[in-house]
Ligand binder design. Structure first.
Ligand code: SF4
Ligand code: SF4
Length: 452
């Protein structure tokens, strides 16, 4: 799909750029590419759907779901209404290890330990990780925790076992998640002890989510910098997908909400106020790379990667799952089971619960396709619609920032054969964002110098 990107140069002149989301070409009006292109070599992505089930094999990333119990109640949690299957316990470990070692031909590159809140399953997590560390000494281990159950002994263990830790915290929007462990002096001390152990090795990030009640990445960053220091690494950082009515209430409701959020997000990117959030760097540079390498849309899988054969989610009973956020007892919105096979017979796994972006009505003709990659692959119906709307408004500021980075021009309107309500990026009310005297987006200044 071809788009006409209307943009403003630094001197206020209007410029027309041409963008093709299928071929990843971005050219000036006369057809000249905005940057030199060195075509990469790409393989077509696996297209998963109910009629073309996803397969598993050659596992690189193993996600082990310990269960969905959690001691917090985030109102937008994607696991809130997923029926839990049998909880894991230490007796499951040996049968699981035996199935796993039979199934894997090589050590996985990474093993992720998932809850719920994984530390609720401490009695299982500890012996399981020790057993796996013995088998796979070089594999990266990671865990995402709300941090409320940490203590000095657990911190020492995470450090010794070589874990990378993502600490979920929404900064100023934390109240949506529940209690704030950072406001409890004992928990704060335990969290900071783990932070001090892992930060210098780049093994800890604070993972924050953006939602209707927590829209400003600048405020999230400033809040977390105050507690964890200027060089805090902030993981996640994208707008939430809605998985139930609670999540729906935390998305943007009106067209005005959408354009206001886009304008705010873009302004904060330009001012360098979201520079510690990995999502900003990743999405902008991923788009820049798509243009430099002419990455075809046919090579794009889903954003979370769980449609790929080498990303495997399992529970301790050996059940293979759509992803770590569901259970073997759950059914996907398209009526297909999230329980898609068993570790003892990986070749027979069939994932029918997911829908690749190419089978969605709006994705192939969406200007942010190369950044968004189709939102959550199992959502359907009104939750899918709201998630898609949120994903568009989340990604279009990154698209604008990447185009400004490549051309020095600020996009404000996208023409083409797609939804009319999405064309005016920042809305009539907000107009074109105020131009800064700085031509280069601050967060990318260093990289641009290197790349030039
Ligand atoms: S914003 Fe919506 S239409 Fe566009 S790629 Fe994402 S999910 Fe698809
Ligand atoms: S399918 Fe992917 S995006 Fe959807 S809940 Fe699972 S991991 Fe998240």
């Amino acid at each position: 799909m071809k788009f006409q990107i209307h943009a403003l140069r630094q001197d206020g002149q209007k410029v027309l750029l041409h963008y093709d989301n299928q071929l990843s070409t971005l050219t000036w009006q006369d057809g000249t590419p905005v940057v030199p292109v060195q075509p990469g070599s790409f393989r077509d992505a696996t297209v998963v759907s109910v009629n073309q089930p996803g397969r598993k094999g050659q596992v690189r990333v193993l996600k082990i779901s310990l269960g969905l119990s959690c001691n917090y109640e985030c109102s937008y949690c994607n696991q809130r209404f997923v029926p839990d299957s049998d909880a894991s316990n230490p007796d499951d470990i040996e049968p699981f290890i035996s199935q796993l070692t039979d199934a894997l031909l090589e050590p996985p590159e990474r093993i992720e330990f998932w809850g719920g809140e994984p530390l609720v399953y401490w009695k299982t997590l500890q012996p399981l990780a020790e057993r796996l560390r013995g088998l796979y000494p070089d594999t990266q281990f990671s865990v995402i925790t709300n941090g409320s159950l940490l203590d000095a002994d657990k911190n020492e263990w995470f450090d010794r076992m070589g874990f990378s830790v993502g600490l979920s915290h929404d900064g100023p929007g934390q109240s949506t998640r529940g209690p704030d462990p950072l406001s409890d002096p004992e928990k704060f001390a335990d969290i900071m002890d783990l932070y001090a152990r892992l930060h210098s090795q780049g093994r800890i990030s604070i993972n924050a989510m953006v939602h209707a009640g927590n829209q400003s990445r600048a405020q999230i960053q400033a809040w977390l910098q105050q507690r964890f220091g200027q060089d805090v690494n902030i993981g996640e950082g994208a707008f939430i997908d809605p998985y139930d009515e609670g999540g729906l209430a935390a998305t943007l409701q009106t067209q005005q909400d959408h354009v206001r959020f886009r304008a705010l997000a873009y302004k904060e990117l330009r001012q360098g106020l979201a520079s510690r959030m990995s999502v900003a760097q990743q999405r902008i540079m991923d788009f820049v790379q798509s243009i430099r390498t002419a990455r075809p849309a046919s090579s794009l899988g889903q954003k979370c990667g769980m449609d790929k054969p080498n990303n495997l989610a399992v529970d301790l009973h050996g059940n293979v799952l759509t992803c770590q956020n569901v259970s073997a007892a759950a059914t996907a919105p398209n009526g297909q089971p999230h329980h898609i096979g068993h570790l003892s017979n990986l070749q027979a796994v069939k994932m029918r619960s997911a829908t690749h972006w190419s089978h969605r009505p709006d994705c192939p003709s969406c200007p942010v396709l190369q950044l968004c990659k189709g939102s959550c692959m199992f959502l359907q119906g009104h939750l899918w619609d709201a998630g898609c709307d949120a994903a568009y408004s989340d990604n279009v500021p990154f698209l604008a920032a990447a185009i400004e980075y490549l051309t020095g021009c600020i996009p404000y309107y996208i023409g083409g054969d797609f939804r009319d309500d999405r064309k005016d990026i920042f809305g009539q009310v907000h107009g074109v964002p105020e131009q800064s005297a700085r031509r280069v987006i601050p967060i990318l200044a260093y990289d641009r110098t290197v790349a030039a």
